[in-house]
Write a protein that binds this ligand. Structure first.
Ligand code: A2R
Length: 321
């Protein structure tokens, strides 16, 4: 008998093929009256496959008394309440590591695009400005600049390594000082923001980082400073971010994540000092395939009675049970 799985959000054809071989799939998006369906069918669901954006809403989790595992397609799992999962012995897995390179690449791309005005200069050529108005205004180099990384974990460390190639000076802020890196450590985010040219956020979302980049931090970064966000929209006070960019208190921003995705504040759309991407840091064919495989393999190993490959830290203790 195949276990019943609830699929929240999308899945690639490659994932679906593997899911269909191993599970009875119920796609939440195809269920018209979800509360009624959950009331009638919730008991049979043993697994959830979801993603970092959709997560699992509490009203769904509470209707699945026999839920054993949630497999998240993404490294960030702030949309899943792991404290409830742990209380109920539900395993939660995610996809760390396999997306480090591409997320780091997008962080560097946003730094470069914002500093070198890539979007403006692309338009400069297409619009005929080059021929009509002459050379585009000068831009700014990222070479030899000081970069503060907020969150020096798997991805943050990869960003730091890549930026060494641009001769950037790397400093970082985390809650705990790393013992294995030579980069200067700041125990105070505000102080770091005062000292750097670029601030890159790459922490998890959730309550401990909620609006950690606040108006004070943005002001400290200053009118020549650049804020890059490849973490979660929730890590920055977005209202203050828009105000600071508008007032010129903050110089520039490169943003891949937003507080209310898929909506981004419309005031940003008119600003030339920002570069915007629609939460695509891990969205390459290669990385999404690796993430999909890991999402599936965590479920398959679990139902094979083996330890899962990549539990979230909060659920590591459940892996030996
Ligand atoms: O604070 P620490 O020592 O646990 O360091 C972690 C840091 N971090 C924080 N830093 C400052 N204030 C906080 N409240 C805070 N909470 C966590 O973020 C660590 O250096 C880093 C997270 O690293 P990893 O767990 O290795 O995550 P990874 O794979 O780099 O992904 C980071 C996030 C995902 O959760 C998604 O939201 C996004 O990147 O794609």
């Amino acid at each position: 008998m195949k276990p019943d799985m609830l699929l929240i959000g999308g899945a690639t054809p490659r994932m679906m093929e593997k899911f269909e071989a191993a599970f009875n799939i119920h796609r939440l998006s195809e269920i018209t009256d979800a509360p009624k369906w959950l009331e009638e069918n919730g008991e049979k669901i043993e697994a959830i496959a979801t993603n970092g954006h959709d997560g699992v809403k509490p009203e769904i989790m509470s209707k699945l008394p026999n839920l054993k595992i949630i497999s998240c397609y993404g490294v960030g799992y702030d949309a899943i309440d792991t404290s409830v999962a742990v209380d109920r012995n539900i395993m939660v897995t995610h996809t760390p590591g396999v997306l480090n390179a591409d997320v780091a690449n997008l962080a560097v791309l946003l730094m470069l695009a914002t500093s070198r005005c890539l979007v403006r200069d692309d338009k400069w050529v297409r619009s005929g400005n080059w021929a009509n108005k002459g050379n585009a205004p000068l831009t700014r180099s990222i070479q030899n600049k000081r970069v503060g990384i907020l969150g020096l974990g798997r991805i943050g460390s990869e960003i730091a390594r890549k930026l060494e190639a641009f001769n950037c000076e790397i400093v970082y802020h985390t809650r705990t000082k790393k013992t294995d890196v030579a980069y200067a450590y700041y125990d105070n985010l505000l102080q770091m923001a005062e000292d750097v040219d670029y601030l890159i956020a790459i922490t998890p979302g959730g309550s401990s980082t909620d609006k950690i980049v606040n108006a004070e931090v943005l002001n400290a970064l200053g009118s020549e400073g650049t804020f890059i966000n490849v973490a979660r929209g929730s890590v920055v006070d977005e209202v203050e971010l828009v105000k600071a960019l508008k007032d010129g208190r903050l110089g520039f921003a490169g943003l891949d994540v937003f507080a209310d995705e898929p909506n981004a504040p419309s005031e940003l759309f008119e600003m030339e000092n920002v570069t915007l991407t629609p939460h695509v840091a891990s969205a390459t064919v290669e990385t999404r395939q690796a993430m999909g495989d890991l999402t599936v393999d965590n479920l398959l190993t679990f139902f094979d009675g083996k330890p899962v490959l990549t539990p979230v830290p909060e659920c590591e203790h459940l892996n030996s049970k």
